[in-house]
Design a protein around this ligand. Structure first.
Ligand SMILES: N[C@@H](CCC(=O)N[C@@H](CS)C(=O)NCC(=O)O)C(=O)O
Length: 211
């Protein structure tokens, strides 16, 4: 069976281009694996059959006849195990890619999300703390990254996930304080596979926009 990825039929404009099925679509595009989007709405998400697939009633979920998965990071890592377009074939290289995928999702994304989501309504003191915690993580990443082009010696699934975490920080202006990370994010988003994945996410939103 062709791989199937769940995605929203429509979301409000602020979320368009940022829904996490983008990660899976991008990985599939990089790997050259054709797939089908299984578009869902809120009622489907909350339904019992969907929750059996994705316990938290979220997108994306994935299945391909061999596996049934959820969590964008896990799905991208699974695809990286199948395609050298997403990770080196050797065990050490694969392990490094896994490390950076987990680092993006576990060491950076929570601080980015706390800053963006909690920061808006927080007291100035709390805002400052959230920003300081995020800045500390971005400083660590930026210092380690230096003048590299990618986390490994070429584009991998680690860059794909890291880019999707960093791009959420563009509008806040925080990412621009780290020019090497800002340039890295732009370099990864310039990839044709990213463009195809983005267009694939946005097309149903245009087609299903409320009248
Ligand atoms: N950790 C999950 C997060 C998935 C997630 O946050 N999905 C959002 C869209 S980006 C969603 O479905 N939100 C609907 C909801 O939570 O009700 C993953 O990476 O797959």
């Amino acid at each position: 069976m062709k791989p199937e990825v769940t995605a929203f039929r429509w979301v409000p404009p602020f979320a368009q281009g940022y829904v996490r099925d983008l990660r899976v679509r991008w990985a599939l595009e990089e790997a050259g694996i054709p797939y089908e989007a299984h578009l869902v709405d809120g009622a489907t998400l909350r339904s019992e059959p969907y929750r059996a697939w994705q316990p938290f009633a979220q997108v994306p979920a994935y299945r391909d006849g061999e596996v049934t998965l959820f969590e964008s990071g896990a799905i991208v890592l699974y695809l990286a195990g199948k395609s050298e377009a997403l990770a080196p074939a050797d065990e050490a290289g694969k392990a490094r890619v896994t490390t950076w995928v987990i680092a993006a999702l576990n060491s950076i994304e929570p601080h980015a999300q706390n800053f963006l989501q909690l920061g808006a309504d927080a007291t100035p003191e709390m805002q400052g703390q959230l920003e300081a915690m995020l800045t500390e993580r971005l400083t660590g990443l930026s210092d380690w990254f230096g003048d590299k082009l990618y986390l490994e010696d070429r584009f991998t699934a680690a860059d794909l996930i890291m880019t999707t975490v960093l791009r959420e920080l563009v509008d806040s202006g925080v990412l621009a304080r780290f020019p090497n990370l800002a340039a890295y994010r732009e370099r990864c988003e310039a990839r044709p596979a990213f463009g195809r994945a983005m267009e694939a996410q946005l097309k149903p939103f245009r087609e299903n926009a409320p009248a």
